[in-house]
Design a protein around this ligand. Structure first.
Ligand code: FAD
Length: 396
């Protein structure tokens, strides 16, 4: 059967692109091997989908070409998606750092996208395996797809198959293999927005802190910093600060933790010495940090607990370092099993930032997470799906 546009992947990017192309009068087919569209949307944001971020901009994306995201993010902005939600009566709430979540359920987002696709006359075909893709002979049939449900041809082929995170939800490397088949480079992939695992000694030491969450500043070796919460778990460390920094971390590198963000710790210690000289360090620190954490930090660094007035200059300097620049060497990450995103992917140098079309293969488009574009935690990844999907939808 012949189509104008076939989109592989009925996720956030694929559905957005499909509706736009459909509204332009293109005959659009969306294929997916799953039995339900938008499954990642449904589980995202704890079931409430952090669907965009008011502060979305190129600064919040990792991409080998830092300029690549500018055009699409400017043409379809967070505000455009917010207005789409409002037109469909979706209620939402704003949390810290500009993050927008559904008030009710992530199902609302899938409902909106499916409604838009219905209105635009898009055909959705689920439970379909794509067995092979070949280049066709004529312009109207540039691509020939052999699928588990027969042969299909199209003029424009859009790859929206996402990344490798959450394999239990059916993530596949299909998009990367297809890019390679057509001669497009794929940048190495790894798990991003993912908890850290710890070396045995650290894991054993910190296991008893499991469940403690506190605000910190985490710094990666390249200087990237995030000021958010850190959570101790029975496997290692997690929480927003850790997920964010994981995207900037390479195996073998350390991260640095400031346990007292926003405090002038040197001044604080001096104040305690003068005002509370008889009070023990643990008691003073216990007013600002969880007591179990204070004990663990002092125990691990070999700092003696004694009345504040007994600390000398050298010891105070060591304390400042311990509290504001504590070095931790993660063992690794939890990997794709729990990662929210995949770093790397189809090299954006091979794609047009204005259309998402492969420069060397007319009619072949890549959108969403399959590309080498990864957002911070906080709704930025969905915004990239909306922006790249919308832009491609104007050209396919
Ligand atoms: P996907 O949503 O992964 O869709 C790809 C589609 O392609 C799927 O339907 C899949 O079935 C289909 N597919 C794959 N391979 C094939 C194949 N071989 N043949 C046919 N079909 C195929 N981001 C945010 O911005 N906010 C959040 O709150 C948020 N929460 C998240 C929570 C979790 C637990 C996870 C894992 C991710 C979260 N993300 C969040 C990231 C976000 O979900 C993804 O970046 C986004 O879903 C990517 O969309 P996509 O359309 O590119 O790909």
């Amino acid at each position: 059967m012949r189509w104008d546009v076939i989109i592989i992947g009925a996720g956030a990017a694929g559905l957005m692109c499909a509706a736009q192309a459909g509204y332009r009068g293109r005959r659009v087919l969306v294929l997916d091997n799953a039995k339900q569209p938008g499954r990642k949307i449904l589980i995202s944001g704890g079931g409430r989908c952090n669907f965009t971020n008011r502060l979305a901009g190129p600064h919040a994306y990792l991409c080998a070409n830092p300029h690549f995201t500018k055009s699409a993010l400017a043409r379809y902005r967070a505000q455009d998606f917010i207005e789409l939600m409002e037109r469909h009566g979706v209620e939402y709430e704003e949390r810290d750092h500009g993050q927008l979540f559904c008030t009710d359920s992530a199902k609302e987002i899938v409902r909106v996208l499916q409604t838009e696709c219905d209105w635009a006359g898009v055909t959705l075909q689920l439970r379909t395996e794509i067995l092979s893709v070949a280049q066709g002979a004529v312009d109207e049939e540039r691509f020939v797809l052999h699928t588990s449900r027969g042969e299909l041809t199209c003029q424009s082929l859009v790859v929206a198959t996402g990344g490798l995170s959450l394999p239990k939800l059916g993530a596949t490397p299909f998009g990367y293999r297809l890019a390679e088949q057509f001669g497009l480079p794929v940048r190495p992939t790894r798990a991003g927005l993912v908890p850290f695992t710890l070396h045995t000694q650290d894991k054993d030491d910190f296991a008893e802190l499991s469940g403690i969450s506190l605000p910190v500043i985490l710094t990666a070796e390249d200087g990237q910093q995030f000021s958010e919460a850190l959570l101790f778990t029975h496997r290692g460390i997690s929480g927003p600060a850790v997920l964010q920094i994981s995207s900037y971390w390479q195996a073998g590198q350390a991260v640095r933790i400031n346990w007292l963000p926003g405090q002038d710790v040197s001044a604080l210690l001096a104040d305690w010495q003068q005002q509370h000289g008889a009070a023990e360090l643990k008691t003073c620190l216990g007013r600002l940090l969880p007591k179990r954490l204070v004990e663990k930090l002092l125990e691990r660094s070999g700092v003696a607990n004694k009345p504040m007035r007994q600390y000398g200059h050298g010891e105070l300097a060591a304390l400042v370092q311990l509290l504001t620049d504590w070095r931790l060497l993660p063992n690794g990450t939890e990997g794709y099993r729990t990662a929210e995103v995949t770093l790397g992917g189809v090299d954006t140098d091979a794609l047009s930032s204005k259309t998402m079309e492969a420069k060397a293969v007319p009619g072949l488009y890549f959108i969403g997470e399959v590309m080498d574009v990864t957002g911070w935690l906080g709704g930025f990844n969905f915004q990239w799906c909306w922006s790249s999907g919308w832009v491609a939808g104007q050209f396919v």
